[in-house]
Design a protein. Structure first.
Length: 278
């Protein structure tokens, strides 16, 4: 299996083009290649496939083999791969995902290859049962939740996958590996949830850390940063345009009033190519 290792500000995946080859069991392959000691090492596996309605289609599998609907950092890398490898030269590009077709505006570097991209992430889903959260609320904002003997206030948003944002004074001091999985698998979230702890510096700047469902601690989460942008507005902590500092780098987010869509801008980087024997 020929593959390409890519990352969006440290959120790394193994990418396989389905235009030339097939992966019979992508869930099992995701578990195998994601292992950072015995595999290639990644947050998961992403397949780049033909699509009848879009330029390409993306299927994303977490490190535990579960399939996600959308990945913000991953879709920028899909667009870069598709453009740089000649699968399509459309700009803007349309990429089909489990959360619908997303339009991506590409920014080219001096070498003519994609350096960064702005993704139209679409409208945020705010209705509790649709996120889904086991709460019949039109919006889940500053909702108390009991975890590990503590009461936390969560604000929930779906960007095609569910996210819970928790605001803290010192994000670096959060024991993410301990508390992250407890929130991810809390009974309140029937499909589990991505967990983000956020420290606000100003209405236009935050620092965040992520526990990603199915993958654990990741250096970045694009859909999560988009959800954090929305959560900031809902809780009165942030403006509609922010810079989010993540462990792997920065993303720019904007929740536009003109069309109610969230836009995410960030880099996409190809690391290396290789052949996996499986």
């Amino acid at each position: 299996m020929r593959f390409t290792k890519m990352h969006g500000i440290g959120n790394d995946y193994v990418y396989v083009s389905g235009f030339e080859q097939a992966v019979a069991d992508p869930a099992a392959m995701a578990r195998t290649v994601s292992d950072r000691h015995f595999g290639i090492g990644s947050d998961g596996l992403i397949l780049i496939l033909p699509d009848a309605q879009a330029d390409v289609r993306m299927r994303m599998f977490n490190a535990d083999g579960s399939e996600g609907q959308m990945c913000g950092n991953g879709i920028r890398c899909v667009a870069k791969y598709a453009y740089d490898h000649g699968l399509t030269r459309r700009n803007p590009m349309r990429v089909a995902t489990g959360a619908g077709i997303k339009e991506i505006q590409l920014e080219l570097g001096p070498d003519g290859k994609v350096a960064s991209a702005t993704v139209d992430m679409g409208r945020a889903i705010l209705d509790g049962p649709t996120i889904p959260v086991v709460l019949a609320l039109p919006r889940v904002v500053n909702q108390p939740i009991e975890v590990d003997g503590r009461t936390l206030l969560i604000t929930c948003v779906s960007m095609g996958n569910p996210h819970a944002t928790i605001y803290v004074d010192d994000v670096a001091g959060v024991d993410l590996e301990r508390i992250g999985p407890k929130i991810e698998k809390h009974p309140l979230f029937p499909q589990r949830v991505n967990v983000h702890f956020v420290q606000v510096h100003s209405p236009a700047e935050v620092t965040m850390r992520t526990w990603e469902r199915g993958s654990g601690v990741t250096l970045a989460c694009g859909t999560g940063a988009s959800a954090v942008c929305v959560a900031g507005v809902l809780t009165g902590r942030g403006g509609r345009a922010i810079v989010a500092h993540l462990p792997g780098g920065d993303l720019r987010l904007e929740w536009r009033e003109s069309n109610d869509h969230v836009y995410m801008t960030g880099p996409a980087t190809e690391v290396f190519e290789g052949v996996w024997p499986g």
